[in-house]
Design a binder for this molecule. Sequence first.
Ligand code: KG4
Ligand code: ZN
Length: 334
Amino acid sequence: MKILAIETSCDETACAIVENGVTEIVSVVASSKDFHEATGGIVPEIAARKQIEFIAPVLDQTLKKYSKNVDTIDALAVTVGPGLIGSLLVGVEAAKALSIAWSKPLVPVNHLVGHIYGNFVNNKESIEFPALVLVVSGGHTDFILMRNHGAIEYLGGTLDDAAGEAFDKTARLLGLAKYLGGVQLSNLAATCKVNKAIGQLPRPMIDMPNYDVSFSGLKTAVKRLIDKNVYSPEVIACEFETALIDVLAAKITRAIKKYKPVSLLLGGGVSANTALRSRMQLIAKDSSISFNVPPLSLCTDNAVYIASAAYFNYKPKTIENIFAKPSLGVMDEA
Ligand code: KG4
Ligand code: ZN
């Protein structure tokens, strides 16, 4: 089954065609990131306008690259949330229009569930259940137990800032980037040979016997550490990254002990982080369970994993029942 998916939840306009949830045929991604860098943060109105500008060319390019008749596409899928309302509406309405024009079923997809499926695409190894999943993106940090496709349980998550948000705010404090500085921060941290500031930042909620995390205090602590003027930026970057990963690692280790999963999966933009990937891989190895993480191209937002999620959770709805849902949680129906 071939599914054409559309993803427009934030500042990426993406379209992809995927076969049987695992074989990527075409993927096109356009981004309005540069415009938000100029304003030092995302302006939802600009993101929505760029979605409108990009959606038709992105669809056109996808179909040109596919080069087969649209009759060979079996169904459509679209991200309905969470995300920015103006951005989401563009993808949702485009998908509905195509569904009518082409008489094809349309599957609404939860973006957070989509992130999990970055693990399933182009992956020759079959992933076994139950799987423990950590979704770490710009807006979410979710610990999930996945017993099967369509059978997920929320274990806990962030009470305030998401992991990606913490990376971005810290990168801004260090003057590395005004918008989405996660990569720059982790690149700087990687240049630190010795973490001379070890223990100088808190590991919030690390000992709490649950799967909730809180990262908003970290950035205040980073600010104080910068103001002390004792440590170099790369040492602070490294200590920040270590503190955040220490917390995620402690919670994952605890969840493995309790739920005894056979696989550990990562998803979301922050799963592109090298230090996080290696730490999680080590935990999985020590616990004798398999470890999967999406390739870098499938960590940040794209439509490939949306098509995959639609295939493995195939529940088309009539267009009257498909809406943009900006504040959808991972457990909410798309
Ligand atoms: O999943 P995503 O593309 O968008 C959302 O759905 O939110 O995640 C974007 C987030 C941003 O906060 C970005 O800074 C972060 O992922 N990110 C990283 C890295 N690459 C992207 N954070 C840390 N290290 C990275 N290498
Ligand atoms: Zn995302």
